[in-house]
Design a protein around this ligand. Structure first.
Ligand code: NAD
Ligand code: MG
Length: 391
């Protein structure tokens, strides 16, 4: 029986993880849960169903509401970003599933690694920000970082039983998002609803917009660089609209090994939870005769420049990926709030990369500092400036 601490319990990845806990009651139990307090009733339901020992919510006032909704004996309740860190660090668990969205996951995920806990990582933004520090900390503590992202789970599976030194390159597949075939001049007019209408995956709002801008693939190139210790040039992005091949590894002899499956995050989540074993995942099965053709094309980085911006930040190194990520988070939130156009997302990121001073990534404190400064600066550039953003 594996005990799980789940950071981001009420999200798309969090709820799918809990479905799997329900499907395999002999295999998994829940030690701790963390989420925002925006849906306290849902957190209360999850507590009743999964009986975690400890729960951490971002907002302290939501904790009082949660306490009122839960009969005794209650789980221990923690609040604030420090509460999330304490949950990841102090609650005994075999595996910490890191599924918060965005930079908010950085400190709790680092805390789990430093406490020596195996991490199943969905929260790619943390690796984008601090990949070098996180992978170094994981090596120092002998901690496994197991990928949950479907592409990285695919790559990880294609690497099993092979020599890392014989890898020539990684072929990272991308669905291309909802605007794959849209003309450049129409992109400025796309609505939030159109951006949230992903052709193959159902996910949280932020990653769905990232998929539409192709920033998600940019973040994933950086994620692959750190998880698999490959150079940026060794990661080729291939647009594959059917989302059947989740990624591939090419070896020096010319063999290309792929992992395929239906687009259901249950499969990579379960593999991270059971690695190196496999369990029969309650998901649809792939029927290739019904899928028909599998097609591949180059990503259009002229029309959707975020992928190129991410590569540029990775090559620049230091804190450039922190700036990229922070600017993207602020820009995506502003787009979702209807404050900027879709095409302003890459514009704001390019501006941030050009104007926020470059710094070496010499520690987590620097990372947090550059992240905070970039967010503040990009908020000032939004229409209406900081005051409107704070409303
Ligand atoms: P989501 O928005 O559906 O869920 C995010 C979760 O994090 C929620 O439980 C929310 O309450 C919590 N949260 C957000 N900010 C928080 C904060 N500051 N403090 C405490 N809790 C906070 O997001 P998601 O789609 O589940 O994605 C989670 C992560 O997994 C992201 O990094 C995403 O890129 C990655 N990922 C998601 C998918 C997917 O299919 N959804 C696939 C691959 C990777
Ligand atoms: Mg992915």
């Amino acid at each position: 029986m594996k005990s799980i601490t789940l950071l981001g319990a009420t999200g798309s990845i969090g709820l799918r993880t809990l479905d799997l806990v329900s499907s395999f009651p002999e295999e998994f139990s829940v030690a701790g849960l963390a989420a925002r307090g925006s849906n306290v009733e849902r957190v209360a339901d999850l507590c009743k169903k999964y009986s975690p020992r400890v729960v951490a919510l971002l907002e302290a006032d939501a904790l009082d509401q949660l306490a009122r909704l839960l009969p005794a004996p209650r789980p221990e309740l923690l609040a604030g970003p420090e509460g999330l860190v304490a949950l990841a660090r102090d609650v005994k668990a075999d595996i910490v599933v890191s599924a918060l969205v965005g930079g908010a996951g950085l400190l709790p995920t680092m805390a789990a690694i430093q406490a020596g806990r195996t991490v199943a990582l969905a929260n790619k933004e943390t690796l984008v920000m601090a990949g070098r520090l996180m992978t170094a900390a994981a090596r120092a503590r002998g901690v496994k970082l197991l990928p949950v992202d479907s592409e990285h789970s695919a790559i990880f599976q294609c690497l099993q039983g092979h020599n890392r030194s014989e890898v020539r390159r990684i072929l990272l597949t991308a669905s291309g998002g909802p605007f794959r075939t849209m003309k450049a001049q129409d992109l400025a007019q796309v609505t939030v609803a159109e951006a949230l209408n992903h052709p193959t995956w159902r996910m949280g709002a932020k990653i769905t917009v990232d998929s539409a801008t192709l920033m998600n693939k940019g973040l994933e190139v950086i994620e692959a660089r750190w998880l698999f210790d490959v150079a940026a040039e060794q990661v080729q992005v291939v647009v594959h609209p059917q989302s059947v091949i989740h990624s591939m590894v090419e070896y020096v002899d010319g063999s290309v090994i792929a992992q395929l499956g239906v687009p259901d995050m249950g499969i990579p989540i379960l593999y991270a939870l059971t690695y190196p074993r496999r369990l029969p995942c309650p998901a649809d099965r792939l029927d290739l005769t019904r899928v028909g053709a599998l097609t591949f094309e180059e990503p259009d980085v002229e029309r959707l420049p975020c992928l190129a911006l991410a590569r540029r930040a990775l090559l620049e190194g230091g804190c450039a990926p922190v700036i990229l990520n922070a600017a993207n988070e602020v820009a995506v939130a502003a787009f979702l709030d209807g404050r900027i156009r879709f095409t302003q997302i890459p514009e704001l990121i390019a501006e941030a990369l050009a104007r926020v001073p470059a710094r070496a990534l010499d520690g987590i404190d620097t990372c947090v500092d550059v992240d905070t400064r970039t967010r503040a600066l990009v908020r000032e550039w939004l229409p209406g400036g900081v005051t409107a953003a704070a409303k």
